[in-house]
Design a protein around this ligand. Structure first.
Ligand code: PEP
Length: 255
């Protein structure tokens, strides 16, 4: 199968896990990897570790991203919030927006996610827009409708040109942290439809858009997922906390 023209990305979402010591061990294990031209690597630690992890990774080519950002711009009286500009200041390149845990546990709406997406881009961060259906939505045949709504909400507010500097991650909620991965065919079907939604507004931007799959990606299933035409890498949760597993996933993308 010919290699995709798009460069793949393997991103680790560490979520609210780890410690300084555990982060150091993980970074030390990842640092030894020679990154190939075909795939990039990104890690997304929790806020307190971003700057330190970024420093540890200096010169390695491994990028650092954040897991979220504020819906507020600039600075001000927003206790507990972290502005996109602060993340950019630390050297983050990417930021996850609209992760299903943010949507489900913290009530983030499509509108709020679109605001965060735009705030990220306003300060030069590349947003990774997460979309995906719940099990109930899949079982009642609403996957396409839900994903279309989530993508369109951002498209309408940010414009299609914004997707030239963004990634989308398809993360079926039922596959996140459950050990139950979407089959390559199931994931490919949704990825193709996400690309088609964007292509209806701009075919070139759609063709170049990196669409990650997330949901129980492991070393054992990564190669089959990444072989699909519209799957351009992975957003990896649990397996990104285990260096050997994460590196196996990375190598599946890079080789
Ligand atoms: C995630 O949290 O984005 C994720 C995909 O988690 P996991 O890989 O553990 O399913």
């Amino acid at each position: 199968m010919p290699r995709k023209s798009r460069r793949l990305l393997v991103a680790g979402n560490w979520k609210m896990n780890g410690s300084l010591v555990a982060s150091r061990e993980l970074v030390d294990a990842l640092k030894g990897e020679r990154l190939g031209a075909a795939a990039a690597m990104l890690v997304c630690p929790a806020y307190p570790y971003l700057q330190t992890v970024k420093q540890w990774l200096t010169g390695t080519g491994i990028g650092v991203g954040a897991q979220d950002l504020s819906d507020r711009n600039g600075s001000g009286a927003f206790t507990g919030e972290v502005a996109g500009a602060m993340l950019a200041d630390l050297g983050c390149s990417h930021v996850i927006v609209g992760h299903s845990e943010r949507r489900a546990l913290y009530g983030e709406t499509d509108e709020l996610v679109a605001t965060k997406f735009r705030n990220a881009q306003a300060v030069g961060l590349t947003p990774i827009l997460c979309v995906g259906e719940t099990l109930e939505q899949r079982e009642t045949g609403r996957t396409d409708e839900v994903v279309r709504r989530q993508v369109t909400a951002v498209l309408d507010r940010a414009g299609v040109a914004a997707f030239a500097n963004a990634l989308v991650a398809y993360e079926p909620v039922w596959a996140i942290g459950t050990g139950r991965t979407a089959t390559p065919a199931q994931a490919q079907e949704v990825h193709a439809s996400i690309r088609a939604i964007i292509a209806a507004r701009d075919a070139t931007i759609a063709a170049n858009l990196t669409i990650l799959y997330g949901g129980s990606v492991k070393g054992a299933n990564a190669r089959d997922l990444f072989a699909m035409q519209d799957i351009d890498g992975g957003l990896v949760g649990g397996a990104s906390l285990v260096a050997t597993e994460f590196l196996e996933i990375y190598r599946a993308a890079a080789n």
